[in-house]
Design a protein around this ligand. Structure first.
Ligand SMILES: NC(=O)c1ccc[n+]([C@@H]2O[C@H](COP(=O)([O-])OP(=O)(O)OC[C@H]3O[C@@H](n4cnc5c(N)ncnc54)[C@H](OP(=O)(O)O)[C@@H]3O)[C@@H](O)[C@H]2O)c1
Length: 298
């Protein structure tokens, strides 16, 4: 397939692209800098609604990963950047693609388990209602941003991605230094659920939904065994052979990280990949201890 990818330079895109190329696909990137010239780069500036339309026809698939990173303090400006880079950019991209002489056959977009909000130990699947906090609102609007391409008859998949685990980036990489120093510990009361997926499995899921023409709509891209923060902390400590006795109280998270810490570190979502399991996706790493062992010890 000829595949176009947004957000290609990110944590997920930079591992996904070689995997797709190795599988025989031809990958083009939508890049935001005119300086990144290459035969396989196409320029766009979603915040200015600019895109090189003439280079867009002829793609079989578009994989849309772009979005301002959500780490860091959520000031009003940051929150607007997180929202606009997902919601407005998705709508702009989809409206562009549907007016091409040859639109893609499939549009796969990142979304996040943040869609469900802070839900305690309720078991959540794709049929669950959305949450009502800031991230849930962003995720819902992000998915709705692709409505034009869905309405135009293009197969559309929303991957509600959980915490992506890889030692080379994202949250796990940031955790490794304190944990290796023996400074890791449970966060808050440790009962909040973490719905996680290894980067290997996320790449596997993207390839799976790309190939399976019968699949569309939202898919929870999470392993089938979500864990509490306590279980995650203990498993990481065991794999690294380090103690995890130093708890991080909720008030410290709130004071240091504000709303972002409240949502990402203290919020709870026990998300289950019901549709992926029904479709027959076999997870490489379904449980946390094996997953951490495999990705940290290779
Ligand atoms: N990593 C996770 O744990 C996780 C969990 C749930 C959901 N997701 C979602 O999955 C997607 C990919 O995740 P990731 O970890 O690869 O993210 P990432 O490392 O932050 O990369 C996202 C990419 O989006 C592009 N981008 C950044 N700011 C942008 C802006 N203001 N406007 C438009 N594009 C912008 C950049 O690519 P270019 O410079 O190439 O344009 C960037 O490399 C994201 O949408 C993310 O929200 C990730």
């Amino acid at each position: 397939m000829r595949i176009l990818i947004t957000g290609s330079s990110g944590f997920v895109g930079s591992v996904l692209i070689p995997a797709l190329e190795q599988a025989g696909h031809t990958v083009f990137r939508l890049v935001r800098s005119t300086e990144q010239t290459s035969e396989h780069n196409i320029f766009w500036n979603p915040s200015a609604y600019r895109i090189e339309r003439a280079k867009l026809p002829g793609f079989d698939a578009v994989i849309h990963l772009a979005g301002e990173n959500i780490a860091g303090r959520w000031t009003e400006t940051k929150k607007e950047g997180i929202r606009a880079s997902r919601v407005d950019a998705t709508r702009f991209l989809c409206n562009t693609l549907i007016h091409l002489p040859a639109p893609p056959r499939v549009f796969i977009s990142a979304s996040a388990t943040g869609y469900y909000g802070n839900r305690g130990d309720e078991i959540l699947d794709e049929s669950s209602t959305p949450g009502d906090d800031y991230l849930a609102d962003v995720c819902r609007a992000w998915e709705e941003g692709a409505q034009p391409i869905h309405d135009a008859g293009v197969r559309t998949v929303h991957l509600r991605i959980g915490l992506v685990l890889s030692p080379d980036g994202g949250a796990l990489k940031r955790m490794l230094v304190p944990f290796r120093l023996g400074l890791g510990g449970i966060i808050g009361d440790g009962r909040q659920y973490i719905s996680w997926v290894t980067l290997d499995d996320l790449v596997g899921v993207i390839r799976f939904v790309l190939d399976r023409e019968d699949l569309s709509g939202p898919f929870n891209a999470v392993a089938p065994h979500p864990v509490t923060n306590t279980e995650f902390t203990r498993a990481l400590g065991r794999v690294l052979h380090r103690p995890t006795f130093l708890p991080v109280p909720a008030f410290a998270i709130r004071r240091l990280l504000g709303e972002m810490g409240e949502a990402l570190l203290l919020g709870s979502a026990c998300v289950y990949p019901r549709k992926l399991e029904e479709a027959g996706y076999g997870f490489l790493y379904p449980d946390i201890e094996t997953a951490l062992k495999m990705i940290l010890q290779r």
